[in-house]
Design a protein around this ligand. Structure first.
Ligand SMILES: [Fe+2]
Ligand SMILES: [Fe+2]
Length: 256
C-alpha cells in the first residue's frame, strides 16, 4: 500500500512548512516526497503513485493545473487525490482546478491544523502492526479491505458522489465476502469451535453493507458519513477482537 504524499512547490520555505506540518505522519509509515516543479514531480509520481499530491499553482516549467491535468486525465490516476494550494482571494483558480480534476483546495497561508485534518481524512486509516493477525494471507486481505473503506470515505467526504460511494461499497461487499470465505474455510477445515458465532458476525456485516447498497439504489437514500463510520467501527472491532480469537488456533494448525 502506497501511503506516500507528494508536496510540489517551487518556493522552498513553503515546501518546508508543509513538510514540517505533516512530519508526524512519518511515524505512521507515511513517506513524504517533495519536488520543486511539475516535471520533477511527475517523474516521481509515475513510480511512487502517491495517495495525495499537494500542489502549488504558480510554478515555473509547468504550472499546477497542467500537472493536475496530466495526473488525473492523461495518466488516468483518478485515485490520486490532488490538493491545490490557492492564494487567498483567487477564487477563480478553484474553478480552473476543479475543471482539471483537483479534489480539495487549501488557501495559502494555511492553518496547520486544518491541513493535517484534511490530509488525515484523505489518507484514511493507515495500516499498523497492531492490526496484524500475523498470518500473511489474512493480513493482506484485511489491508485490502482498509483500502476499500478509505476509498469509500474519501468519495463520501470529497467528491460528494453517491454513485461512486455506492460502487465502492459494492466492491467492498464483494471483497469482504471473499475474505470471510477464506477465514471460514480454515475454521471448518481445522474444526474451530468458534466457527458458528464468527460466521454469524460475517453474515451480519455482509447483510448490513448490502442493505445500505440496495437502499441507495431505491432512490432518495443517502449514505452518510455516520453510516460509513459505523461500518468502519464494526470492521475495526472485528479484526482487532473477533479475528484475533482464531490466531493461536490457526497457527497451531500450521498457517503462517
Ligand atoms: Fe477478517
Ligand atoms: Fe472474521
Amino acid at each position: 500500500m502506497g501511503n506516500n504524499i507528494m508536496v510540489v512547490d517551487d518556493d522552498y520555505s513553503m515546501r518546508n512548512l508543509v513538510i514540517e506540518t505533516l512530519e508526524e505522519l512519518e511515524y505512521y509509515g507515511v513517506e513524504l516526497l517533495t519536488a520543486e516543479n511539475g516535471e520533477e514531480a511527475l517523474e516521481t509520481i509515475k513510480t511512487k503513485k502517491p495517495e495525495l499530491v499537494i500542489l502549488d499553482i504558480m510554478m515555473p516549467v509547468m504550472d499546477g493545473f497542467e500537472v493536475c491535468d496530466i495526473i488525473k486525465n492523461k495518466l488516468g490516476m483518478k485515485d490520486t487525490y490532488i490538493m491545490m494550494l490557492t492564494a487567498d482571494g483567487q477564487e477563480y483558480n478553484k474553478q480552473k482546478g476543479k475543471d482539471v480534476g483537483a479534489d480539495v483546495f487549501m488557501t495559502k497561508p494555511f492553518d496547520p491544523d486544518e491541513i493535517i485534518k484534511v490530509v488525515s481524512e484523505v489518507l484514511g486509516i493507515i495500516w499498523n502492526d497492531k492490526y496484524s493477525v500475523n498470518i500473511s494471507l489474512i493480513d493482506e486481505q484485511h489491508k485490502k479491505l482498509f483500502e476499500y473503506i478509505n476509498k469509500a470515505k474519501r468519495a463520501e467526504r470529497f467528491s460528494n458522489n453517491q454513485k461512486k460511494v455506492l460502487e465502492i461499497l459494492g466492491q467492498m461487499a464483494e471483497y469482504a465476502l471473499k475474505h470471510f470465505e477464506t477465514e471460514e474455510h480454515y475454521m471448518k477445515e481445522f474444526n474451530f469451535t468458534g466457527y458458528k458465532s464468527h460466521r454469524n458476525e460475517h453474515v451480519y456485516f455482509t447483510n448490513t453493507v448490502n442493505e445500505h447498497k440496495n437502499r441507495t439504489v431505491d432512490g432518495g437514500y443517502q449514505i452518510t458519513s455516520e453510516t460509513l463510520e459505523y461500518l468502519v467501527h464494526w470492521y475495526f472491532n472485528h479484526i482487532q477482537v473477533i479475528d484475533k480469537e482464531y490466531i493461536d488456533f490457526f497457527k497451531k494448525n500450521g498457517l503462517k
